[in-house]
Design a protein around this ligand. Structure first.
Ligand SMILES: Cc1ncc(COP(=O)(O)O)c(C=O)c1O
Length: 377
C-alpha cells in the first residue's frame, strides 16, 4: 500500500453525491469551497467502529468516559499535554461547549471579547448565552493585537471574558507560547476569564501550544473535539476542559448539556483519536501541499490577492483589495461559480475579504482559482 492521501481520493462526481451541507447547498455548476468540511473520507477506524454499531443495532445512549480518555491520550502523545480525567466533560459539540463555558465564567449581560475577523458563530454563541459582544480586532498581520486586547479589557473592568480561537479561524494564525502567556497575564490583570476554542488544533502542522499548558492559564476553559481534524462534523461529540483552578465549576453543568453527545459521535471520535494518527499525518501533509499549490495558483492567476498564509486551519483568508468590492464572495459565486464564505460575516475587518476552504483535491482547487480569476476579464 502506498502512502495515504485522504484529499486525493474523490472525483467531483463522487463528491456531488454527498448529502452533507458543503456539497448540497449550491447548484451543480458551483464549486463549494465554503463551510469547514474536508473532501476526504474519515479514517478507516471510524468507518469500522460505526459499522459495528450499525451491525449490532447499537444505537442507544452513549457512554461517557472513553472519548475523554482517548482525547487525553491523544493530547499527551501529540502535544505532551497532560489532561486529567476530572477536568473534562462531554458536550454535544464545540459551540455548545463554548456557550456553556461562557455562562459558567460570566454573569448575564457581561461583555465577551472576540478578536475579529473571527468565526461567525462566535457572535451568535455569545448572544445566545445572554452576554454581549465586544471586540479587540486582530492586527493588520492577522495575529492577536495584545495591546488592543489589554486596552479593551481594561476599559470593560472585571467580570468580562475573552473568547479566543486557537488556532485562529479564518486567518489560520497559530498563537505562540509567548502570545498565549500574554493573553493569560492580561486577563488575570484585568479580571477577565478566558474561554478557548481549539477545534482546529490537531491540524496545525507544527508549533501548536495548548492554552491550558501555558503559565497562568489555570482558570480557563477549552472546548474542543475530534470533528474538525478527522472530518466528523456530522457525528456530534465535543469536550469541555477546565483548567486546574476551574475544575470545581464543572459541577454546575446539568445533564441537559452533558448528555448532548451522541452515541455515534462518541464512538466515532473515540476511534479517530485512538487509531487515526497515520490518517491525520497524511491529511496534514495533503493540506501542506494544497497550501503550496494555492500560493502558486494565486501568484499566477490572482497576483493582487493578499494571503498571509497562516497554516493553522485549512482555510485561506483572502484579501481581494479593490478587485471585487466590499463582498467579493458575492460576484465570485454569481460569475465565478465558486462558493466562498463572505468576509463580511466574520465581523469588522471582513470587508473586501473572503474565506476559501482548500481541503479539497488539487484539481478542484485549481479549477476554483481559475474560475475566480476569469471573472476579472
Ligand atoms: C473555530 C470553530 N469552532 C467551532 C466550530 C464548530 O464546531 P462544532 O460543530 O463542534 O460545534 C467550527 C467549525 O468550523 C470552527 O471553525
Amino acid at each position: 500500500m502506498g502512502p495515504m492521501h485522504p484529499l486525493r481520493e474523490f472525483t467531483e462526481a463522487d463528491l456531488r453525491h454527498r448529502t452533507s451541507v458543503k456539497w448540497s447547498q449550491y447548484p451543480e455548476d458551483v464549486l463549494p469551497l465554503w463551510i469547514a468540511e474536508m473532501d476526504a473520507r474519515p479514517p478507516a477506524a471510524v468507518s469500522e467502529a460505526l459499522g459495528e454499531l450499525v451491525a449490532r443495532g447499537d444505537a442507544g445512549y452513549g457512554v461517557v468516559g472513553p472519548y475523554r480518555e482517548a482525547f487525553a491520550e491523544f493530547a499527551r502523545r501529540r502535544w505532551q499535554w497532560a489532561v486529567t480525567d476530572d477536568a473534562v466533560i462531554e458536550v454535544a459539540d464545540v459551540l455548545t461547549g463554548l456557550a456553556t463555558a461562557i455562562r459558567l465564567v460570566t454573569e448575564p449581560g457581561a461583555a465577551v471579547v472576540v478578536n475579529p475577523p473571527v468565526y461567525p458563530p462566535f457572535y451568535e454563541v455569545i448572544e445566545w448565552a445572554g452576554r454581549r459582544v465586544e471586540t479587540a480586532p486582530l492586527g493588520r498581520d492577522g495575529r492577536l493585537d495584545l495591546d488592543r486586547l489589554d486596552e479593551v479589557l481594561a476599559g470593560l473592568g472585571p467580570g468580562a471574558a475573552h473568547l479566543l480561537c486557537s488556532p485562529h479561524n479564518p486567518t489560520g494564525a497559530v498563537h505562540t507560547r509567548d502570545e498565549l502567556e500574554a493573553v493569560a497575564r492580561i486577563s488575570a490583570e484585568r479580571g477577565a476569564r478566558v474561554v478557548v476554542d481549539e477545534i482546529h488544533a490537531p491540524l496545525v502542522p507544527h508549533g501548536f501550544v495548548p492554552y491550558l499548558a501555558v503559565r497562568g492559564s489555570a482558570s480557563a476553559f477549552v472546548a474542543t473535539s475530534a470533528s474538525k481534524a478527522f472530518n466528523l462534523a456530522g457525528l456530534k461529540a465535543g469536550l469541555l476542559i477546565a483548567g486546574a483552578d476551574a475544575v470545581h465549576e464543572l459541577a454546575a453543568i446539568p445533564p441537559v448539556v452533558t448528555f448532548g453527545a451522541s452515541q455515534f459521535g462518541l464512538v466515532a471520535q473515540t476511534a479517530a483519536l485512538t487509531d487515526g494518527d497515520a490518517w491525520l499525518d497524511a491529511v496534514v501533509a495533503d493540506l501542506t501541499e494544497n497550501r503550496r499549490l494555492l500560493r502558486e495558483l494565486l501568484d499566477e492567476h490572482l497576483p493582487d490577492v493578499g494571503w498571509a498564509g497562516g497554516d493553522g486551519c485549512y482555510l485561506a483568508w483572502l484579501d481581494f483589495g479593490g478587485l471585487f468590492g466590499d463582498d467579493p464572495a458575492a460576484p465570485i459565486l454569481e460569475r465565478g461559480r465558486v462558493a466562498l464564505s463572505s468576509g463580511l460575516s466574520f465581523g469588522p475587518g471582513g470587508e473586501r475579504h473572503a474565506r476559501l476552504n482548500y481541503a479539497t483535491t488539487p484539481e478542484l482547487l485549481e479549477r476554483a482559482v481559475r474560475g475566480i480569476a476569469r471573472i476579472r476579464r
